[in-house]
Design a binder for this molecule. Sequence first.
Ligand code: M6R
Length: 610
Amino acid sequence: MCGIVGAVAQRDVVEILVEGLRRLEYRGYDSAGVAVVDADKNMTRVRRLGKVQELADAVAQQDVLGGTGIAHTRWATHGEPSEINAHPHVSGDITVVHNGIIENHEPLRELLQQRGYVFESQTDTEVIAHLVEWERRTSDTLVEALHKTAAQLEGAYGTVIVDRKDPERLVVARSGSPIVIGLGIGENFLASDQLALLSVTRKFMYLEEGDVAEITRRDVSIIDANGDAVEREVIESNAEHDAGDKGQYRHFMQKEIFEQPTALKSTMEGRITKDSVIIESIGVNALEILSKVEHVQIIACGTSYNSGMAARYWFEGLAGVSCDVEIASEFRYRKFVTRPNSLLITLSQSGETADTLAALRLAKEKGYMAAMTICNVSGSSLVRESDFAFMTRAGTEIGVASTKAFTTQLAAMLMLVTAIGKQNKQIDAEKEKEIVQAIHALPVQIEAALAYDKEIEALAVDFADKQHTLFLGRGEYYPIAMEAALKLKEISYIHAEAYAAGELKHGPLALIDADMPVVVVAPNNDLLEKLKSNVEEVRARGGLLYVFADEKAGFEAVEGMKIVSLPHVNEIVAPIFYTVPMQLLSYHIALIKGTDVDQPRNLAKAVTVE
Ligand code: M6R
């Protein structure tokens, strides 16, 4: 969850480190710190509670210079957010930053205290600093000391070490938390996400699980988990350099909501013709694998889970393939039965979500016919560890609240469903044409949904003083309501729940009063009349209704009921379309409430710890 940046160069690296942290701030933002060593072996460390800007201001006021350095932005796990708990942590000449959790930190802490080490912080990270310092005393190299240290650590970590007496190098270990090495000319870098380094390089090398690497200005040497020297593939990144900029927008979330037409175009590019899906574009051996699929098991967390829940209706309803969707943190800890010819699909924006990754690793041993990931970050752990990856190509998503990742996941899954249905003959050429044409129409229709921004902004005012909100939907719009509720609670801190509208009378109806706005997702489909009955149940009890309805659905504004009348779109893609006004609603409510939209309290973008 935390962000790490490191650099070894001839020039001063402070600016590079701080700029890298700014780009990683979405990974954690309760405190930040930097440590640099200069050619005379002087180490300077600056840490601040709060955002990276606090650190940047502090660094600007002091004379902080050095050619080798590490930096960190923190999402607290062990120990409250404070300057003392902020990274880097120091033990003698050793300085450390760490992302992840050291599960056995307590026994290690006791052992190190017995050896005479005094702990400054409550963090698990500080044990790494002292352990490396201890092992360094009897090791020929810093890499050897880190190797010995890594052998004693349990849990997940990406950790980087600098030795004040040896400022020519950084050493880094990866076990469960991503680390990417950025290759420069006469200088090298590392980070927990390539985004941090796009201003200095385009060439990247991803460390594998168990790798320990040494980085100097001229070289990168890597030893794998078996202690063998290895080379890792160098990947040229084509990620947008300005992905870290908000441009004309006030927030990244707003920018990402408005980027959805372009993102969707990119998702579909090269994957569909005018009227059919190009099955081969889904992945190597897709043709063979998809023709055998009899069951789909989707595993994901958060927003990605919600998109899986929505896609389940397509897998079963269009392709006739049974589909289960499960939260990764539940799946990984239960005994499950693998169905015959079951395709495992992990869904993830980041590709680094710890629970999803652990579930994938577990499932790979349990006889699934193949493990596929639908993911937005190439080179991420899920992409590398799955049998094949279908990239969503949404572009970098920085806002902690996921938006374009969700709609592009849905579009990717609709193409996948169509491919499977085509292979198993559940979808004929005419249906395929209808689906593909509906997908093609989406970017323009999403533009139309975005044009409701002002109308939705006006509606948001009604929610600002409310403590609770209910979202209702039926069928595939129930997961869309779930996603809307997640967005609202995440960025506005208003308690929001989603219910399948038919469930109302089984309990939640008791909550309805004038202080509980009820948002309804109301497309013009087979369930419309049923949904209208549910709306009446709310009205009859004095509930305040906000109905996002198809213009042909026949809703009329009456007292206690406001209508947002939306253009009709093809029923198959309508769940993607209806997501957008929901995103705008949450965004505008959060704006009125004055919350930190892009970095809501207590959260981080990529949840790389359990
Ligand atoms: O990167 P992933 O899609 O695997 O992330 C899963 C969740 O952590 C993520 O969707 C989270 O729920 C978002 N903050 C929701 O907006």
